[in-house]
Ligand binder design. Structure first.
Ligand code: 3HC
Length: 293
C-alpha cells in the first residue's frame, strides 16, 4: 500500500525551498517550513505569498484555494518543528558539511520511518545519508527552477536506499503533479550533468567575446526552441549556485566541460549573482522582473 504523506517538512526557504513548499501545500499536504531566523522565514513567506498571488492574478488558483494553501504552511526557526513529519525535504545552500549536519540533527528529531530527502543539485546523497542512523531512508529529491512550473523531479537512490522508499517517493512526486525519473548517485544526476556543460560553454563564448549575450541567447531560443538562452538561464539559476554545481561535477569527473569558466567566479565576487541580486549577465528590476538592460 502506498505510504501516506500527511505532513512534510521543508528545510530552507530560498528560491527552491519556497517553491517546493508551495508545490507540496498546493497538493493539500501540511507543510512545516524551517529557516535559520525570523528574517529568513519572512523572506520565504513573502516569496510564497507573492508567487501564489501571481497564480491568482493569472486565474490558475482561486482566492479561496490560495488562502487554504497558505494556511497549510506553518513556519519555524527550530528544526524540532518537523517532528511528526512523514518526509523532510532539505533545500539549504550547496554545502555538504552543512547538509550532513542538518541530516544528523533531523535523524534525532523525526520518527524512525520518516524519509529524509535532499534537494541537492550535485552533492552526494550517499555522503549526506551516512550522517544519519537511517541511510536506507535517505534519497535525493531534486526539483527544477521555478519549482511550481518545471515538471521534472529527479529521485536519487543510493546503493543502500530501500526500494520501498524509492517507490514511495516516486509516487509522492507523481501526487505533486511532477514527472519523476529515478537515477543513481552521481554528481549532476541526469539533467544538470547534461545541462551545465552547455551553460559553461556559453559562458566561455561570452567571456572570449566570441558572441554577444543577446546573440548567444537568441541562437538557442530561436534556433533550438529553448525557452531561455543559456545566459538568461544562468541568471535565473543564480551564478553562485551554477558555480557550485560545476565545481562539484568537475571535482568528481575531471571533465573539462565542467571546469567553471573564470569569469563566473569574477562575477560572483563582484556580487553579480543573477536575478536574485538584480544583476548577472543582464540587469533586472527585481527577482521576477523582465530584463531591463
Ligand atoms: N513561479 C510560478 N510560476 C511561474 C514562475 C515562478 N517563479 N515563473 C514563471 N511562471 C509561470 C508563469 O506564470 C506562466 O504561466 P502561464 O503560462 O500559465 O501564464 C508560465 O510559467 C510561463 O511564464 P512566462 O510567460 O512569464 O515566461 P516564459 O514563458 O518565458 O516562462 C520559464 C518562464 C517557465 C522560466 C521558462 O522560460 C522556462 O522554462 N525556462 C527554462 C527554465 C529551466 O531550464 N529551468 C531549469 C534550470 S536548472 C535547475 O533548476 C536545476 C538546479 O539544480 C539548478
Amino acid at each position: 500500500m502506498a505510504r501516506e504523506f500527511a505532513k512534510v517538512g521543508v528545510v530552507g526557504l530560498g528560491t527552491m525551498g519556497a517553491g517546493i513548499a508551495e508545490v507540496i501545500a498546493r497538493t493539500g499536504i501540511d507543510v512545516v517550513a524551517v529557516e535559520v531566523d525570523e528574517e529568513a522565514v519572512d523572506r520565504g513567506r513573502t516569496h510564497i505569498e507573492q508567487s501564489t498571488a501571481r497564480a491568482v492574478a493569472k486565474d490558475k488558483l482561486t482566492e479561496d484555494d490560495r488562502a487554504h494553501l497558505l494556511a497549510r504552511i506553518t513556519y519555524a526557526t527550530d528544526l524540532a518543528a518537523v517532528a511528526g513529519a512523514d518526509l523532510v525535504v532539505e533545500a539549504i545552500p550547496e554545502n555538504v558539511q552543512r547538509k550532513s549536519a542538518i541530516f544528523a540533527e533531523l535523524d534525532g528529531i523525526v520518527g524512525q520511518e520518516t524519509i529524509l530527502a535532499s534537494n541537492t543539485s550535485s552533492l552526494s546523497i550517499t555522503e549526506i545519508g551516512v550522517h544519519t542512523g537511517r541511510p536506507g531512508k535517505v534519497v535525493g529529491l531534486h526539483f527544477f527552477n521555478p519549482a511550481p512550473v518545471q515538471k521534472l523531479v529527479e529521485v536519487i537512490r543510493t546503493v543502500v536506499t530501500e526500494p520501498d522508499v524509492v517507490t514511495d517517493v516516486v509516487s509522492f512526486a507523481g501526487m505533486l503533479g511532477k514527472e519523476p525519473v529515478v537515477i543513481g548517485d552521481r554528481a549532476g544526476f541526469i539533467a544538470n550533468a547534461l545541462l551545465f556543460g552547455y551553460l559553461n560553454h556559453a559562458v566561455s563564448m561570452y567571456e572570449s567575446r566570441y558572441a554577444t549575450r543577446e546573440d548567444l541567447d537568441a541562437a538557442m531560443r530561436f534556433g533550438c526552441g529553448y525557452p531561455m538562452g543559456p545566459l538568461a538561464l544562468l541568471d535565473l539559476i543564480g551564478l553562485d549556485t551554477a558555480y557550485e554545481i560545476l565545481e562539484t561535477m568537475y571535482r568528481q569527473s575531471r571533465n573539462r566541460l565542467h571546469a567553471p569558466t573564470p569569469v563566473l567566479k569574477q562575477m560572483i565576487t563582484a556580487g553579480l549573482l543573477g536575478r536574485k541580486s538584480g544583476r548577472g549577465f543582464y540587469t533586472y528590476d527585481g527577482p521576477d522582473s523582465p530584463v531591463v538592460v
